[in-house]
Every structure is written in C-alpha cells, then in structure tokens.
Write a protein that binds this ligand. Structure first.
Ligand SMILES: C[S@@+](CC[C@H](N)C(=O)[O-])C[C@H]1O[C@@H](n2cnc3c(N)ncnc32)[C@H](O)[C@@H]1O
Length: 319
C-alpha cells in the first residue's frame, strides 16, 4: 500500500502484555469499535490504500514473502479485522483467494469494505465479529489472514485458538503488518528528528502550518488506547505454536523504507496539505518505493527480524 506501510507505530508494551492494564478487555474492544467506526470514512485516503496495480503489488509482495512465490489459490478465506478490504480485495483481484469472508469488530469498516467491493465488482461476505469469538463453524476456511490487526486484540491466545478452530486441517494462517517492538523504537529516532526539523522544512518548501483537524476525525487520544501490543518475533512464534500451528515462520520487513516514510509523514503532517509541492510528494513516494526494494533485496534476508518495523507470521494447521 502506501507510500508508507501502515501499522500505526504503536506504543510498545514492554512486557508484551496489555498496555492499558486499567482498561478491561471489553473496554478495549469497545474503544476499538468506536475508533475504527469513525476512522472508516477517511481510512483509505489517510493510509493511501489502493485497489489498483500499486496496492495489488504491495499486498501480493507481502503474501509471497510469507507463503512463497505462487501463493494459493485458496478456495475459502477468512480475514480478521479486514478494515476497508485492503488485503482481501487485492487478493481476490489477484486470484489468490476465491471465496472471501471478511470480519471486523467495526461495522463502519465493514460498510466501507462493502462499498469498495461493490465499486470493484467483487463479491465478499462480511460478518461483524470479534477475533476472540468467531461466529463460524469448525474447519470452514482454507486460509485465515489479517493485516495490522493482532496488535489490537486483548486476548491473543484465545484469538489464535479461534483461528486454529475455523481452519481446516492443513490450512494456512497469515498475519502481516504487525508492529515490531524494537523496530518501532528505532523508528522513533527519525520521527523525533522530523518533528524538530519541521519548521525549517516548511519554510524551505514555503508551506504553511497544518490547519486544525477537521471534525469527524477519530479522537487522537483514542489512538494510544487501540494499539495495545507491539511484538518481539519470538512472541508471535510462541502464540502460533501455542495454538498448535506448525511450520511457523516470522519475517521482518521494511527498515530504511519506514524510516524514510515516517520522516516524510511526520514532516507532512505539520503542513497544510494543499501547500506541500507536488515535487516533494513525488520524491517521498518514489523514494519510499525505492527503499522498499533495497530493504527487500538486501536487508530483510540478512538482518534479524526484530529490528524491522513490521512483522509477519505464517503457519500451517497440522493436517
Ligand atoms: C489498523 S486496522 C487494519 C485494517 C485492515 N486490515 C488494513 O490493513 O487496512 C485494524 C482493524 O482491526 C479491527 N479490529 C480491532 N480490534 C478487533 C477485534 N478484537 N476483532 C476483530 N477486529 C478488530 C479494527 O476495527 C480495524 O478495522
């Protein structure tokens, strides 16, 4: 997707446990629903979610990293926390999945997804569901997938056992775009540097300050409440194995691309979007894609998964 990959750079929970011990799991789920219902209206434009060639390539590239060069086709897929359909709709278009079910705790997100699917002429079943209580029969899917969702779920062991329950024996599970705890800490450096440099940058580009946030934008204070985990690779490995999955792989992706992306995103957030020159946007966009290639070709196979910004986990249910 993007110009910038999307796990929102959450709050790291040093222990891997809930970051908001004062909120009950039910309250965290409720805040997630309300926050994402409001976010749904401008989610695709905020995160540059695309269902054309670029979005399709981005999603396919992630899925290939985790599942190999020719993933699928999977006859029946279930997406958890599908949002507006970034993964499922792009994978349907690519022929990687055939019959898609999308679930999310937020009805607003599912409504946006249905509108996207209709516009693209794609058929998708949607179901409002909490990942910890899936309203589907045992062994009813060949693929359970998700992008940027595990870090919102209060009881992960319970959710993982639900993923195992609804998958058929030998089925595949894949979660991508999960925030890495150390990767997130490393990414704070460029974010801080960009915050300091922002006034100078705006002056150089002759861009005015950002206007106050529009009404209808999700409450920024809730953002730190919905992002409740950041992961070390070993935690994702243990969660998957703990639910009985085999062939578990955890992969780290995006390092330089994310530093570059977050620097630019932080700078841009301080400016009036109408006054950021087109040439800058082009540079930020092309630069992100170029660094993504560099990460992919040079760094991802050589450096430990823990230092990358995003983690993905893929595994198989025992046949
Ligand atoms: C960061 S968004 C990602 C959306 C989409 N997967 C994407 O990549 O664009 C996280 C999504 O997870 C959903 N979510 C949060 N908590 C959930 C839960 N407990 N069960 C199911 N979905 C949940 C949110 O409503 C939201 O749509």
């Amino acid at each position: 997707m993007c110009p910038i990959s999307k796990s929102e750079g959450p709050s790291s929970s040093a222990s891997g446990g809930l970051r908001h011990p004062l909120l009950s799991p039910a309250e965290i789920r409720d805040v997630n629903t309300r926050y994402h219902d409001v976010a749904a209206g401008h989610y695709d434009s905020k995160w540059g979610i695309d269902f054309g060639e670029l979005g399709g390539d981005q999603v396919l590239c992630k899925v290939r990293k985790a599942l190999g060069p020719r993933p699928g086709p999977f006859a029946r897929s279930l997406e958890i926390g599908s949002g507006t359909g970034y993964f499922t709709l792009n994978l349907l278009r690519a022929g990687v999945i055939v019959q898609a079910t999308c679930s999310d705790i937020s009805p607003g997100m599912l409504a946006a997804l249905s509108a996207n699917a209709q516009r693209l002429g794609l058929e998708v079943r949607t179901e409002m569901a909490d990942a910890e209580r899936l309203p589907f029969p045992d062994e009813s899917f060949d693929l359970v997938l998700g992008h940027a969702v595990l870090h919102h779920i209060p009881d992960l062991p319970r959710a993982w056992s639900e993923f195992a329950r609804v998958l058929r024996p030998g089925g595949t599970v894949l979660f991508a775009g999960e925030p890495s705890r150390y990767g997130d800490r490393l990414a704070r450096v460029p974010k801080r540097a960009a915050t300091i440099a922002a006034p100078l940058w705006r002056r150089a580009l002759r861009a005015g300050k950002a206007p106050p946030a529009e009404g209808g934008a999700p409450d920024a204070a809730l953002e730190s409440v919905v992002d409740i985990h950041a992961f070390a690779p070993g935690e994702l490995l243990r969660q998957a194995r703990g639910a009985g999955f085999v062939d578990v792989r955890v992969i780290g992706e995006e390092l330089l691309a994310n530093w570059f992306g977050w620097t630019n995103r932080t700078l841009e957030a301080t400016a009036d979007p109408a006054e950021v020159p087109w040439a800058w946007k082009w540079y930020a966009y092309r630069g992100y894609l170029a660094l993504q290639q560099l990460d992919r070709r040079l760094l991802e196979s050589r450096l430990p998964a823990a230092i990358f910004y995003n983690l993905m986990v893929a595994a198989r249910k025992r046949a």
